[in-house]
Design a protein around this ligand. Structure first.
Ligand code: 1HE
Length: 334
């Protein structure tokens, strides 16, 4: 019997945790789980211990029953931890755990993963931002304290997988930063392609002071952004770096007045969303890889990416539009 259901991301097409006997079962995003207008009666392995990724389909009545059973049993009904909305072809994912400063719990990471997956199919760019006074306080320290070493490895590898999906996404991601961008919060921001910080932003890597290490890809991504010496200093001393210093250190590309990061990130994302999808894909997927290559390999790969994008029908149409004076000229800097 399913006695607790956890709602996630969206109400009608979401990840759901069913705690079935003693097994926490993760139902996949985009499963046919919906609050259907008509009843659907299917289940695979329903009632037993299900492997991760199994699909269960509920009838509307079963779903509503499970909600009320969960409520009666006092089970926590989490609200949406990462909200998802679409505006101007841009998927906006908002970390929504302000009372814990958007600390990245396992559920937040799962919801983030679902939102990133959904954006691939229906958006041309992504904005990631946070509710409350801070972008993110990083790893949820309360959860982390309880992990064994091997659980810690799997946890870190899971973050790598999720943040890789963001960095190697089909569409570019823009981080809108404010307040604390700390530890795992900085690792998440570093997995985005463009970072817009408002003046309240401060960056820190307090792992050293907490007796831990970066585990969400920071040693690779943040290290490459700011350089290993600066990252070492931040981790050893626990110092905080403000938005302007962060810009000078390449931790963000834009600094805007307090409260304006989300709007600026949305403006930039909307602009990027108008590019040819293939160009965007090449920019965000080829550049970091070429950056990891030797010069000769990089030049070689560049030729192929260049030829592939330039011969796409969309490139041909856009080049013709410029030559026929139907496309905008490059603007001077503002
Ligand atoms: C948390 C977390 C968290 C806040 N995990 N619960 N990250 C850190 O070491 C940062 C720790 N957080 C802070 O230094 C501060 O909270 C902030 C500077 C970010 C914000 O300060 P403030 O005064 O606005 O909030 P607060 O009063 O400190 O926190 C409010 C609540 O959020 C409080 O819980 P409450 O039940 O007492 O209300 C805090 O305990 C809780 N909270 N941050 C859990 N991080 C994959 S490896 C990545 C490694 C890392 O990310 S290391 C960095 C960890």
């Amino acid at each position: 019997m399913i006695y607790a259901v956890r709602q996630s991301v969206r109400y009608d097409a979401e990840s759901v945790f069913a705690i079935n006997q003693n097994a926490a079962v993760r139902l996949p995003m985009h499963s046919q789980f919906r609050l259907p207008k008509r009843d659907i009666v299917v289940s695979s392995g329903h009632g037993g211990l299900l492997p991760e990724g199994s699909t269960i389909m509920f009838t509307r009545k079963q779903f509503l029953d499970s909600l009320s059973i969960a409520q009666q049993s006092g089970a926590t009904m989490d609200r949406t931890l990462v909200t998802y909305e679409i505006a101007q072809d841009v998927a906006i994912l908002t970390l929504n755990r302000p009372e814990k400063r958007n600390a990245l719990s396992d559920h937040v990471i799962d919801d983030l993963e679902s939102g990133i997956a959904q954006a691939q199919g229906e958006a041309r760019a992504i904005v990631i931002c946070g509710n409350g006074d801070h972008f993110s306080a990083g790893l949820d320290l309360a959860e982390h304290a309880a992990r064994t070493p091997i659980e810690g490895v799997h946890h870190s590898r899971h973050w790598h997988g999720v943040f890789d999906k963001l960095e190697q996404s089909a569409v570019p991601a823009f981080a809108a930063l404010h307040g604390a961008v700390v530890g795992g919060g900085l690792e998440l921001a570093a997995a985005c392609h463009v970072r817009v910080a408002d003046e309240t932003t401060f960056f820190a890597l307090p792992e050293g002071t907490r007796g831990i290490f970066v585990g969400g890809g920071g040693s690779v991504r943040a290290g490459r952004l700011m350089g290993v010496a600066r990252m070492t200093d931040m981790m050893l001393t626990g110092r905080s770096v403000d938005a302007r210093q962060g810009e000078a250190w390449n931790l963000c590309q834009y600094v805007v007045p307090a409260g304006e990061a989300r709007a600026k990130a949305l403006e930039l994302a909307s602009k990027a969303a108008q590019n040819a999808p293939m160009s965007n894909y090449a920019i965000i997927n080829a550049l970091p890889r070429i950056n990891d290559m030797g010069r000769g390999d990089g030049f070689f790969v560049e030729s192929f990416v260049s030829a592939m994008t330039a011969t796409s029908p969309e490139a041909e149409a856009r080049l013709r539009a410029f030559l026929e004076k139907r496309a905008a000229k490059v603007a001077r800097p503002e």
